[in-house]
Design a protein around this ligand. Sequence first.
Ligand SMILES: [Zn+2]
Length: 453
Amino acid sequence: MKLLANNYWGADENTLLTIYRTLIRSKLDYGSIVYSTASKTLLAKLDVIQNTAIRLATGAYITSPSESLCREAGELPLKFRRLMLQSTYAARISADTNNPTRHQLYRPRYSETYTNQPNLRQPLYHLLNHNLLETNFPKSLPYRNTRSPPWTMNSPVIDTSLKAFNKDETHCDIIRNHFKDRISHYKKEEIIFTDASKSARGTGCAFLTASSEKRFKLPKDCSIFTAELFAIKKALECIAELGTSHPIIITDSHSSLHAIQRTYKDNTIVNDITDLICSIQDNNKSLTLMWIPSHCGIDGNEMVDAAAKEAIIDGHYTEVLTNYDLSNLCKNKVKDKWKSVWQSKSSKLALIDPTIHTKPPITQLRQDLVVLRRLRIGHTRETHQYLLRQESPPWCQSCNSQLTTRHMIIECQLFDAHRKLHNVSTKVEEALNINSPACLNTISFIKDTKFII
Ligand SMILES: [Zn+2]
């Protein structure tokens, strides 16, 4: 990486970070679920590897704090990365009833001892239940394969013909007319609409037939994808029960239909759906699944959409959580943990950018990007070389104050004219916002002032 990372002609940041993630981080990840209980001193040695790699990739100054480096690269600090890998592993084994270690997650032992003595090395269940989720680790749906191998099954008819119309460019009346045309040969009782809804209050889904409506309230952490699939599954169960001759299920979830269509299926609900479709087809009934765009004024879709929203409050509660939902829940919790740690820091970067989301920077020019990264982190050669030389901090003679990056960009009176000339923002957050064109003015200003960054 050192060979590729020259601050003037070197490879760009993205390429260097990809090299780090592929060749180095993958090795750090291997076995981290097991070695994460090692002593802090040993684990700190690994942090040095990640920090060096990020410093090379971003061109950050040698004295930059490690948490600012991770934030700039959009990389979880290794401590949180290990926690994320542990929790996603736990989510995976929670769905595998044959896994010999699964019971460890749900039968915690010596819990009180670990709570009373936080310095003890904690087992996975305690780490997840007490430090991450603050509740008992939820159970996900046990993984179940399809009854028959996928190559022996007949795929259902999946109609995505309405995809041909771009919703933004086509009037809803045209889409509605095409939809009516597609379903004109179906009887009313053969048509079933499904939909799901997710909001801050929870998740719900519903299906609607000519004569009835069924609503299901699902766990709050259940994803919209799982909820859409669950609505389709319930609709299929209803079809199997009623014995409808050639039913059609209409949904606005393209991802669900795509998952059902795939040959390799690794989702329990999709496997249940596949089995139900097979048993319906075995009874000589043709089944169609149709995609429609949402919010186009198609009556059945609007009604089932409203029912799915109401289901969040009054639906029949069903415990449905796949290992993917559980995995996403854990990932979000780890990110929240990092965010709260980041926001509690008083580093220069945390003060101007308290978020942990990274977006692609506005400039990809290596030299300019290195300048911006150093200014954002607040560690540059001009301001922090004194640490390496063991001298006293640099002082601005004209303003009689300590020389910092903030002082250079917005405060120092000596450069007022330069600032005006280059139209530098008066707010440091804006001047160093890597996603805003305002940062380009800051770069030209810094070049003009001849500060050594
Ligand atoms: Zn000054």
